[in-house]
Design a protein around this ligand. Structure first.
Ligand code: CA2
Length: 143
C-alpha cells in the first residue's frame, strides 16, 4: 500500500513558533514519525508539503492511479478551500484529515472544514500521533 501525506501552509514552520498550540517538535521530527509509522505498518509513504493551494491540488491529481490512501493536514486551507475538496472528490482516493491541534476548541472559523467533506475520517487534537493513527486507519480499512 502507498500512502501520500500532504501538509499545507506553514506546517514546515513547526517547532519554530507557537509551541503552546502545536508542540515543540519540528517538521523534520514529523517526517521521521511518518517514516517510522510506515515501517511499523509495512507500507510505503511519500510526504509532500506546500504553502500553495494550486500545488496541493496538482499533487492530489498526480496521486490518481499511483496512491492508495491520503493523509492530509490542509492547515489554513481546511477552512477555505473548495478547490482541495473538489480535487479529493475527483480522484476518489480514501483520505483522512488530520489536525495537530483541537480545532473545535479554538476560534469559530476553525470549526468549519471544507476538505473534511471529502474525507472518510478526521483526527484532531492528537498532536503528531494523529498522523500515525490516520495511516493505521487507512491500512486497516483499505490496505
Ligand atoms: O491543528 C492543525 O493541524 C491546523 O491544521 C494547523 C493550521 C491551522 O490553520 C488549522 O486551523 C489547524 C496552522 C498551521 C500553522 O503552523 C504553524 C507552525 C508554526 C508556527 C505557526 C504556525
Amino acid at each position: 500500500m502507498k500512502i501520500l501525506v500532504i501538509n499545507g501552509p506553514n506546517l514546515n514552520m513547526l517547532g519554530i513558533r507557537e509551541p503552546g498550540i502545536y508542540g515543540k517538535n519540528t517538521f523534520a521530527d514529523l517526517l521521521t514519525l511518518l517514516e517510522d509509522a510506515a515501517k511499523e505498518l509495512g507500507v510505503e509513504v511519500e510526504q509532500y508539503q506546500s504553502n500553495h493551494e494550486g500545488d496541493i491540488v496538482d499533487k492530489i491529481q498526480w496521486a490518481y492511479g499511483k496512491i492508495d490512501g491520503i493523509v492530509i493536514n490542509p492547515a489554513a486551507y481546511t477552512h477555505t478551500s473548495v478547490a482541495i475538496l473538489d480535487a479529493l472528490k475527483a480522484v476518489s482516493i480514501p483520505a483522512v484529515e488530520v489536525h495537530i491541534s483541537d480545532v473545535d476548541a479554538r476560534e469559530p472559523f476553525r470549526q468549519k472544514s471544507y476538505v473534511g467533506m471529502a474525507c472518510c475520517k478526521t483526527i484532531k487534537g492528537h498532536g503528531f500521533q494523529g498522523y500515525r493513527e490516520a495511516m493505521r486507519y487507512l491500512v486497516e480499512q483499505y490496505g
